[in-house]
Design a protein around this ligand. Sequence first.
Ligand code: ATP
Ligand code: MG
Length: 323
Amino acid sequence: MIEETTIREALPPTAAGRVRQVLARGGAATLVVDASGMAKADAEALEQDIRQHLGAVEGISEVRVALMADKPTRRIIAVGSGKGGVGKSTLTANLAVALAATGRKVGVVDADVYGPSQVMLLDAAEQKPRANENTLIPVETDFGIRFLSMGQLIQPGKAIAWRGAMVGKALGQLMSADWGETEVLLVDMPPGTGDVQLTMIQQHRPAGAIIVTTPQDLALIDATRAIDLFNQVGVPVVGLVENMAGYVCPHCGESSDPFGQGGAEAAARALDVPFLGRVPLAMEIRVASDTGQPPAANPGPLSKPFAVIASRLAAWLDREGSR
Ligand SMILES: Nc1ncnc2c1ncn2[C@@H]1O[C@H](COP(=O)(O)OP(=O)(O)OP(=O)(O)O)[C@@H](O)[C@H]1O
Ligand SMILES: [Mg+2]
C-alpha cells in the first residue's frame, strides 16, 4: 500500500502547483494534473516527467495521469447581409481559410437551409458528418477547417419545405456539434433578417457579426438594416466588408467600378462601424469558388484582400477576448 503523501513527495518540481488531485489505491497512483495554458508538447513532457519520477518509487506499480486542459473559448462570428447574393458564402469560406492560415482553429457552419453553398466552396461534398450518440462530428476539409452544413442534414434532391421550428432545431444540431478545439466558428447566414437570424441571435449568442455588402446604394440600405438588427439585440458588429468592389478586366487589366466606389467605407463611417476591407469583383474568384478552391488558399493577388480582413477579425477577437 502506498500513501498519498509518498506520491506527493515523489513528484518532480515541474509539477508544482499543477496537481489537483492524488489518489492511492493499492499500488496504483492516480493524478489529476491541470495543464491549462500549456502547449500540447509541454503538457506531454510534464506527464512523462511525472511518470518517470513516480515509476521509480518502490511500491508504485502503476501511474495514471489525467491531464485537464482549459476549455477552449469558442466564439461565434455570424457573417450576414441584408441582401442575397452579395458574397456572404464566398467571404465566409475565404475568411475561414485566411484565418486558419494565421494559426487559429476555425470552423464553418453553413446555416443557409435554402441554398447551402459551403459544401461546394470548401470542396466537402464527399465527406459526410458522423454522429456520436446525438452529437454531430464536423467533417475536416482540405483547408484545415472543420465544417458542418444544413445541406448535410438534407437528402440530396429533396425539396426543402422546412418551417421555422425545424430550421431552429437543425441549426441547434450544427451549433452544438462536437467542435473540439475550434476557437472561431464562422456562421454563413442566409440573407435577410428571418427565422435563422433570430434563432441564431437568441439561442447561440454570436460574439460578433460581419456584414457583407456590395457597393451600390440599394445593397447598402439593406446592409444598414442588417447592422440595425444586430445592434438592437446587442451583438457587436465586427465590421462591414465591401465585396465586388472594383472590376479588373481580365483582357486589358483596366479597373472599373460597375457598382460604384467607396460607398461601403463611407456607409461604415456614417453608421459608426469599422470597415474591414474590400474584395474586388474578379472572374477568378467565381471560377475558383465553383471548383472548391478558395482563392484565399492560393498565393496570389486574390488571397491578399481576404488576408487583410482576417487580420482585422483576428485583432478584434484578441481585443474582445481580453475584455
Ligand atoms: N468578389 C467576387 N468576384 C466574383 N464573383 C463573386 C465574388 N463574390 C461572390 N461572387 C460570386 O457571386 C455569387 C454569389 O456569391 P455568394 O453565394 O457568396 O453570395 P451570398 O451572399 O452567400 O448569396 P446568398 O444570399 O444566396 O446566400 C457566386 O456565384 C459567387 O461565386
Ligand atoms: Mg450564401
